[in-house]
Design a protein around this ligand. Structure first.
Ligand code: ATP
Length: 365
């Protein structure tokens, strides 16, 4: 594709002779914000460091704007890549003022005063240029760090868990603000996070890592509604599986009745499949003949998550409006409302029973 800015082709990287990330492929379009999402130790930071040029690649290649940055035996130095970095711990120079921190990467630029002032304005710190980092809050320090990274006009910005030292509301607010700032300048970026909500709020494309492998690189919508693997299905949002049997390409027979979706599968009728369900696929239907017993519930504010058991013993999760108030042990009527029918072959998917009794995918090797 001709608007691809960053491309990773079959990249393997790691430390010494150990490979941490395998066969990684992704394309980031110019102006897009991508995300590397996954649980601790899955290889997100290692990938980011390889893109930055801090680690060599063992196989494959990394290209930025058509230029080959990394391949086996070739690593262009980080400072020659036109890539900016924002770190989790801000990494500001403590002995430099806010303005001097921002100007650091453009010290020799004739227009550095104007550019610095504009960037401080952009990140809402126009009045704090003379302060020192220790005189700022965490959120303000991260804005300085962002302004400093943007000053040399990088082709690509890398953000390594930039909000994880901040809490709750500030974290949410700053992440939205950073997206707006990057979009307003058309800056392309890759963000590393293990926080799904943050990935979805900030990024256009999200890559889900599982033990050193990128399982899917896609839009948040597709990851949720069209997960390509059982791992992604379980990892993104809340998902669980029930057994089913194919009846026709878009219809599956389950113990919840016949479920018909909006896409066709080529498996033979009669094949055993695992059907992905999400808590919002099972809805409260007081008059429904399909009944389940309440096992437990979690009040979420606007809604309540119920854990339910069918007469066969299968356990489900369902989100009911928060006005409903059933006690454990009570019977409730439910109905399936799943337009996106997501199926996996029963044997290959290998979902596992977890302690709470709901069948999710087990990532264990
Ligand atoms: N400098 C290093 N030398 C050797 N192994 C390392 C080094 N840094 C990381 N690793 C290993 O590489 C694997 C992936 O680590 P990485 O930091 O990329 O994970 P991550 O997904 O970013 O995790 P986290 O969210 O915890 O930061 C881990 O098993 C880790 O122990």
């Amino acid at each position: 594709m001709n608007d691809t800015l960053l491309s990773l082709r079959d990249v393997a990287c790691g430390y010494h002779d150990q490979t941490v990330v395998h066969h990684l492929n992704l394309n980031l379009r110019a102006g897009d914000i991508g995300c590397l999402l996954g649980s601790s130790g899955c290889g997100k930071t290692t990938t980011l460091r390889a893109i930055a040029g801090f680690e060599p690649v063992q196989d494959g290649e990394i290209r930025l704007a058509g230029e080959r940055l990394s391949a086996a035996g070739h690593t262009l130095a980080p400072e020659k890549r036109r890539i900016g970095m924002v770190f989790q711990d801000y990494a500001l120079f403590p002995h430099l003022s806010v303005a001097d921190n921002v100007a650091f990467g453009i010290r020799k630029h004739p227009d550095k005063a104007r550019i610095t002032a504009e960037l401080l304005e952009l990140v809402n710190l126009a009045s704090l240029g003379k302060r020192y980092p220790h005189e700022l809050s965490g959120g303000q320090q991260q804005r300085v760090s962002l302004a400093r990274a943007l000053a040399p006009e990088p082709l690509l910005l890398l953000l390594d868990e930039p909000f994880s030292n901040l809490d709750g509301e500030l974290r949410r607010r700053l992440s939205h603000e950073v997206r707006d700032i990057l979009k307003s300048r058309g800056t392309s970026a890759i963000l590393v996070t293990h926080d799904q909500e943050e990935a979805f709020a900030v990024c256009d494309q999200v890559g889900v890592f599982n033990q050193g492998r990128l399982e899917q690189w896609d839009t948040p919508y597709n990851l949720y509604h069209e997960p390509q693997t059982p791992f992604v299905a379980s990892f993104i949002g809340q998902g669980y599986f029930i057994r089913g049997e194919m009846q026709s390409p878009d219809t599956v027979q389950t113990e919840l009745g016949v479920i018909r979706g909006n896409r066709a599968y080529s498996w033979q009728s009669g094949s055993a499949v695992d059907v992905l369900l999400r808590p919002d696929d099972i809805v409260h239907a007081p008059d429904s003949p399909l009944q389940a017993q309440v096992l437990g519930k979690t009040f979420l504010g606007a809604a309540t998550l119920y854990r339910l058991r069918l007469p066969t013993g299968t356990q489900l999760e369902s989100v009911f409006p928060s006005q409903t108030d059933y006690a454990p042990g009570q019977q409730v009527g439910i109905r399936v409302a799943a337009a996106h029918l997501v199926l996996y072959p029963a044997s290959a998917a290998a979902p596992a029973n977890q302690e709470d009794g709901v069948r999710r995918f087990s990532g264990a090797a």
